[in-house]
Design a protein around this ligand. Sequence first.
Ligand code: GDP
Ligand code: IMO
Ligand code: MG
Length: 423
Amino acid sequence: MPIDVLLGLQWGDEGKGKVVDYIAPNYQVVARFQGGPNAGHTLVMNGEKHVLHQIPSGIFRPETINVIGNGVVLDPAVFAKEVKALDIKGIDVKENLFISNRTQIIIPTHKLLDRASEASKGDQKIGSTLKGIGPSYQDKFARQGLRLGDILSQSFDDRYKELKNFHLGILEKGGWDSVELQEMEADFFGALESIRKFKIINTEYLLNDCLQKGQSILAEGAQGAMLDIDFGSYPFVTSSSTTAAGACTGLGIAPSHIRKVIGISKAYCTRVGSGPFPTELNDETGEKIRIAGNEFGSTTGRPRRTGWLDLPALRYANMINGTTEMLIMKGDILDGFDEVKICTAYHNNKGEVTDQLNYDLARTEVHPILHSMEGWPEGLQEANSWESLPKSYQNYCLFIEKQLGVPISFISTGPGREQTIIR
Ligand code: GDP
Ligand code: IMO
Ligand code: MG
């Protein structure tokens, strides 16, 4: 009766959506445990693309139960749009989705506060997705947030008004406008009407009952380890626990139930938004990777920053998460390169070398020490087994495995379900 946790080891967008969709048939339940509409998880089926933000990536498998856990912050307006888009594709979300009554609600003024906070930071802005993530988690921890179960209560409107007015007070004091609020509220209340028809329950009981019955659960992470509120590149992080421990608090499941921790990494690095990125390539190579990898945000459309694979950051992410196996995605994006590089350690201007991440990475001078490897000009997309992969890509994966001491169990060679090699 295990729970496996699947999470990103980098700065998000590693390919979590593809993997969850692919491995969902091995589980009875797929559950999201943190984050919210800041996430954009892309699934490609029969060449058709679908992006999910808050709904778990098991939703396309009719036999899978999907859960939005208490650790999530949910925007009802975004949720209603997601449901509509799935409905058009013939997916009955109401049937297979359960939402925790403890899930925090993102209200319209959270989004206005997110915008105001970012604008007030000037060039120190986080580069947030402006979806209201920071302000809604702030209210959760200030013990004044609204939870999904509350929408079923008579007093909801009063409690909503109280929180909204508190937010408006802050906005007014800072001189920030709230002109779109009326329109946003219309969307918000319209969406609440449809959410009331969903199964809003104590999902911690549902999940623990499933475990008792011998069913298995896949916990689907959002964002990535380097965006974790505690262990990411603070303050350039998101506001939730993106690491394995977050699955326990975000679902109400005891750590003793965790079996595997499946960590996902691209064959290179990307980051959206501001903050330190030691292996970043601000040159033609970086641009080549961005274009080949279509590295533009699935939620905001912003160009993603690109760089070589960063082993010290991955080693740290594996340590914090207790990763039991790694999945390597998007090696095909480096197809055609004669040479590829991997960062094995950092140095500063004094020549001091380290393979550890400083707690204040944003204010630490780090330059990558790059190890050069032979590329795979012939490409990966035709490969359908480990043996049929180009020798140089096998060597690339074996080098990562040896450096990190974590086995690579799954190699993705393209966005489609079928472009997957289980090792
Ligand atoms: P997530 O947030 O971790 O789910 O990742 P995103 O969906 O934001 O970004 C990953 C992108 O890469 C999506 O467009 C996927 O369809 C695509 N993708 C996933 N795996 C592969 C792969 O192995 N090769 C290629 N070319 N694309 C991939
Ligand atoms: P998935 O699940 C990549 C980044 C934002 C910003 C920082 C804080 O698709 O991997 P927030 O809106 O959370 O307050 O923004 O975190 N960020 C992501 N980057 N993928 C994501 O999700 C992200 N979710 C947030 O760009 O730098
Ligand atoms: Mg994404």
